[in-house]
Design a binder for this molecule. Structure first.
Ligand code: AMP
Ligand code: MG
Length: 491
């Protein structure tokens, strides 16, 4: 393997702490070089945040690093082993098409994984080709960066590079590699793997590593494994609330796609809801609605229960007591979720303080939105701008009645009208990555090599709370279409 010479210029500062784990957790991985890499998009602000030189990353050397043709200095590429419940069935998985270069230590001292997704076959590829198509990698880039703009914890996208090699899916498609940045790639499924195939000592090593990396404040806790479980539950409750508040549907909340760090990961068949309906599902394979919008909190609890089970041997030496402790923690999710959700919904309605009737006010609004098939984002946008007219919902007598109640509620708090609007603007995005816009951006890029549509979209989405004139275009709804929007797994 050749090492990059110009490392100082690019700015790599890599650690490989994952290698300190017992060897069942990873496999050292050689490179699968590709012939003609071409940089499609580079996230300059993210590169700078990582301490990488934007210019140097665009050089031949830099691009070679981003496709795994050359190993950056200090990198020690590996693939991670994990398992997971996929649509409820447990199976062995692992990085089948991804490579962990190492952990970049940022100028601020943060440690983040640098992963190449679509980098070739690995020990965990099973029947797959280890590659990724350009369309789905651009989709992950757009949606993950949109989530970041929305202030939602997420893995991020540093770059997409085409490989010059076609890959075969339903049709032939250009191959691409996405550089993904994550707090770590430790998943609920990593713990399931340790629990299923590891010894107690290996499970303990994973838990200790995770605490050290993500929850160092718990190291000296008298039951640090309980602390770990509590923290993961807390972070997931906060994360799922954030998804619900903006109408994000992950689409494939398998336990291998749930991080321990609390970041959203794996943007496959995800999409944002247009019309408010808790039963909304976009993924073509989710025929029973397991991962429907309204079911996401329940699935999170289900996944967290799987995590808790893996930790039982560490929670207490007595199995029964361990189960009791775990059950109590998992059952706390509901309250954490509810509290965060109500707080978020109040903010969306410009409410600063708490009154018991707020719950009814919120539920009534959602009920009407459902009944009148109102657009989720634009309803809150219109309430924020106080421009409620034209739609079936806004012209209905029941809405007018509700609106009156809401105004009365707002007048019972001390904050000025202006402060109310400021709060609402901070909590109701003016724009989201609308499905038709995301599709148009990807189509222009993949079919015509025109990246301007995507760049403009990304620019608008980088500040979704701006309420600027240039965003108006992106707030428009798609033309009514008979066919329901469908997403497909990003393979
Ligand atoms: P995902 O649907 O991306 O969460 O992937 C689920 C599992 O399938 C993971 O273990 C992936 O590494 C693996 N996988 C997905 N696509 C491919 C592919 N093209 N080649 C090999 N493994 C894959
Ligand atoms: Mg996955």
């Amino acid at each position: 393997m050749t090492e990059t010479k110009e490392t100082i210029e690019i700015g790599w500062n890599l650690d490989n702490s994952y290698e300190s784990l017992p060897e069942i957790f990873f496999t050292k991985q050689g490179l699968s070089p590709i012939t003609s890499p071409k940089l499609i998009i580079l996230n300059a602000p993210l590169a700078t945040f990582l301490g990488l030189n934007v210019q140097a990353l665009q050089s031949e050397e830099g691009i070679a690093n981003l496709v795994g043709n050359k190993i950056p200095k200090g990198a020690s590429p590996l693939t991670q082993a994990y398992a997971g419940h996929q649509f409820g069935s447990f199976t062995m998985l692992g990085d089948g098409r991804a490579l962990l270069l190492g952990e970049q230590i940022t100028p601020q001292g943060e440690k983040v994984d640098i992963q190449l997704k679509g980098s070739g076959r690995t020990r965990y590829s099973r029947g797959g080709d280890g590659r990724a198509a350009l369309g789905p990698m651009l989709r992950e880039y757009i949606i993950s960066e949109a989530m970041y703009g929305l202030g939602i914890p997420t893995t991020r996208s540093l770059a997409v590079v085409t490989t010059g090699e076609p890959i075969i899916r339903e049709t032939e498609q250009p191959g691409a590699i996405l550089t993904r940045i994550a707090a770590s790639h430790i998943r609920v499924g990593t713990f399931q793997y340790a629990s299923q195939w590891g010894e107690r000592e290996e499970l303990k090593a994973l838990a200790d590593y995770t605490i050290q990396r993500h929850f160092p404040e718990g190291i000296n806790n008298e039951n640090k494994y309980l602390f770990l479980l509590k923290e993961v539950i807390n972070r997931q409750a906060q994360l799922i609330v954030k998804w619900q508040l903006v109408g994000f549907i992950h689409g494939v909340m398998n336990t291998d796609n749930m991080t321990i760090s609390g970041e959203t990961i794996d943007y496959g068949p995800c999409a944002f809801m247009d019309t408010y309906d808790p039963a909304t599902v976009f993924s073509s394979i989710d025929v029973y609605g397991r991962y429907a919008y309204g079911n996401q909190p329940n699935i999170a609890v289900w996944n967290l229960a799987r995590l808790a089970e893996t930790l039982l041997p560490l929670l207490h030496s007595d199995q029964e007591q361990a189960v009791e402790i775990a059950q109590e923690e998992v059952s706390n999710f509901a309250q954490l979720y509810q509290n965060n959700w109500f707080a978020g919904m109040r903010a969306k309605l410009g409410i600063f303080n708490e009154e018991p009737e707020d719950k009814i006010l919120i539920e009534e609004l959602l009920g009407m939105m459902h009944k009148h098939s109102a657009d989720y984002t634009n309803t809150f946008r219109a309430l924020t701008l106080d421009m409620c007219s034209h739609t079936e919902l806004f012209t209905s007598p029941e809405f007018k009645h509700w609106y009156q109640k809401w105004q009365e509620r707002l007048s019972r708090q001390q904050e000025s009208k202006d402060s109310v609007q400021q709060l609402m603007k901070k909590n109701n995005p003016a724009i989201i990555p609308r499905n038709h816009r995301v599709e148009a951006a990807i189509e222009a890029a993949v079919k015509n090599g025109d990246y301007s549509v995507m760049e403009q979209l990304l620019d608008a989405l980088s500040n979704p709370f701006e309420y600027s004139e240039k965003q108006e275009e992106y707030a428009k709804l798609p033309k009514p279409s008979k066919q329901k929007y469908k997403t497909f797994c990003g393979t």
